[in-house]
Write a protein that binds this ligand. Structure first.
Ligand SMILES: *[C@@H]1O[C@H](CO)[C@@H](O)[C@H](O)[C@H]1NC(C)=O
Ligand SMILES: *[C@@H]1O[C@H](CO)[C@@H](O)[C@H](O)[C@H]1NC(C)=O
Ligand SMILES: *[C@@H]1O[C@H](CO)[C@@H](O)[C@H](O)[C@H]1NC(C)=O
Ligand SMILES: *[C@@H]1O[C@H](CO)[C@@H](O)[C@H](O)[C@H]1NC(C)=O
Ligand SMILES: *[C@@H]1O[C@H](CO)[C@@H](O)[C@H](O)[C@H]1NC(C)=O
Ligand SMILES: *[C@@H]1O[C@H](CO)[C@@H](O)[C@H](O)[C@H]1NC(C)=O
Ligand SMILES: *[C@@H]1O[C@H](CO)[C@@H](O)[C@H](O)[C@H]1NC(C)=O
Length: 432
């Protein structure tokens, strides 16, 4: 807040212990010296309201301890550095009112602590990148007065802390999403985008549905009855299936007992007593899963299984009720499955229960619904990696539950984790 002018001295790169540097509201001109990349201890850098020009030095991104960066109201040009991943600590970024151009980088996903981001009054163009999805702590996002194209990403509604979003004066188009931050959004945050639609409350036109040509209408006249007939057949089939299941009403009772176990600490002694000191006669492989800690992978398996089952809730997934762990003992307490596993039914004459086509169909549906949930409906994609008949267990009602997530993989949705997920389960053999 002075009237200092001229270039920022390049020797600034030698202030190696500096933590806070405020040069804002002066008349500094020229470029931001490359030497700021040397200031590795820097946490708070403010250069706003000066006359700085030329592009943002790439070395600035190297400041991995930086928490606040304000460089707004200058005459900075060029694009943002493409790799923002070293800015792991950054929480506030004010870059507004410059002459920055180009598309927004795709590396935002690494800035998981970012809560304030102001990119307004620049000339950023292109689409809003998908990587904004990764800004899970974002509270304020101002993208107003740029030249952004395409639709408003639906995932903005999913960012839990986002309460202030300004998209005005861009070139965005299409449907305004609903929910989350959009439930309270005002016209001031959306105006100046002439091709947006939806939200009649704010005066936007309704979105036009895609018009069908008359030719497709004729085609529909033939295809539609066929689809309806097929659909009807499926409904009747499902009705038969579900009708059969509804005859067993008392499903909830067993879950109440389960919930009671769920919320208290279970000691090693209790497990010892319950299993009569791990008596072989009580070996079910089901209700309590004890991991062999001599095997190096057991720890990882325990963590993987906890991680998956903690967040997954589905009728056809085995429920984890509790855990017991100390330095050399790890056990998972699972929902008791009195009817054993699919393998024993497939290879045993004395248990004819899975004999009927309908019953087999039901089991297949149960298993595929569990997989469908893990792959498509769970917020983090989970790959089971070891799906086989021994891991399909039956409860009292003979409903199938998928178990054993010891080597499951989480896919976070970005390309890197997809690669790491390629480790196979049972190598060389896959059970039918
Ligand atoms: C960065 O720091 C090193 C070591 O102190 C110094 O030699 C170098 O001149 C500095 N670089 C700049 C651009 O100031
Ligand atoms: C960032 O730091 C790394 C290692 O400290 C160095 O090799 C690299 O040149 C720096 N990048 C820039 C753009 O200064
Ligand atoms: C900002 O930079 C551009 C291009 O470098 C230049 O034409 C313009 O005059 C500058 N504006 C100000 C206010 O310095
Ligand atoms: C973003 O920056 C602009 C220009 O500096 C400012 O007018 C606006 O209030 C800022 N937006 C938010 C949400 O702070
Ligand atoms: C938003 O979250 C819901 C529920 O978790 C999910 O079904 C949906 O796919 C998410 N939408 C986007 C665009 O990520
Ligand atoms: C909407 O506004 C109300 C009242 O101002 C506030 O309590 C609520 O948290 C807001 N919701 C969102 C999603 O911003
Ligand atoms: C969004 O930005 C525009 C233009 O900068 C401004 O006029 C408007 O007041 C802002 N909206 C909100 C809700 O702050």
């Amino acid at each position: 807040g002075n009237i200092m002018f001229g270039p920022v001295p390049t020797q600034i790169g030698t202030l190696q212990s500096i933590v806070i540097l405020y040069l804002d509201d002066n008349k500094f001109s020229g470029s931001i010296p490359n030497g700021v990349g040397n200031l590795t201890t820097l946490q708070d850098l403010r250069l706003s309201y000066n006359l700085l020009s030329s592009s943002i030095p790439a070395s600035l991104v190297n400041l991995s301890n930086l928490i606040r960066l304000y460089i707004s109201h200058n005459n900075l040009t060029g694009a943002l550095p493409s790799d923002l991943s070293p800015w792991r600590a950054i929480a506030e970024m004010g870059i507004s009112a410059n002459n920055l151009v180009g598309s927004l980088p795709t590396s935002w996903g690494h800035l998981q602590l970012l809560s304030y981001l102001n990119l307004s009054q620049n000339t950023f163009n292109d689409l809003i990148p998908d990587s904004f999805k990764g800004l899970v702590n974002l509270e304020t996002l101002d993208l107003s007065h740029n030249n952004l194209l395409g639709g408003i990403p639906k995932y903005f509604a999913n960012l839990t802390f986002l309460t202030s979003l300004n998209l005005s004066f861009n070139n965005l188009q299409g449907q305004i999403p609903s929910g989350g931050v959009f439930s309270n959004i005002t016209l001031q945050s959306l105006m100046g985008n002439p091709r947006l639609c939806g939200v009649p409350r704010l005066g936007f036109p309704a979105c036009l549905e895609k018009s069908h040509s008359t030719r497709t209408k004729h085609l529909l006249k033939i295809v539609l009855p066929a689809i309806i007939a097929a659909f009807g057949a499926i409904v009747v089939f499902l009705y038969l299936l579900i009708g059969k299941k509804m005859k067993n009403p008392d499903i909830t009772a067993s879950f109440d007992i389960a919930d009671a176990i769920c919320h208290r600490l279970v000691s090693y002694q209790e497990i010892v007593r319950a299993t009569e000191n791990f008596n072989e006669d009580n070996l079910l492989g089901v209700a309590i899963k004890i991991l062999n800690m001599q095997v190096e992978r057991a720890l990882r398996s325990f963590d993987a299984e906890c991680h998956v089952l903690r967040m997954a809730r589905h009728r056809n997934l085995i429920k984890i009720l509790n855990t017991c762990s100390n330095l050399d003992f790890r056990a998972l307490l699972l929902q008791f499955m009195p009817n054993g596993n699919l393998e024993s039914y497939l290879h045993s004459e004395s248990r004819p229960c899975v004999g009927s086509f309908l019953k087999r169909m039901e089991i297949m549906l149960d298993v595929s619904m569990a997989m469908e949930y893990l792959h498509h409906e769970h917020h983090e994609v989970v790959l089971h990696c070891d799906l086989k008949p021994t891991n399909v267990l039956f409860d009292e009602e003979m409903t199938a539950h998928v178990a054993d997530f010891g080597i499951a993989k989480m896919l976070l949705g970005d390309d890197n984790s997809a690669v790491s997920a390629s480790m196979p389960g049972t190598i060389g053999y896959m059970a039918p």
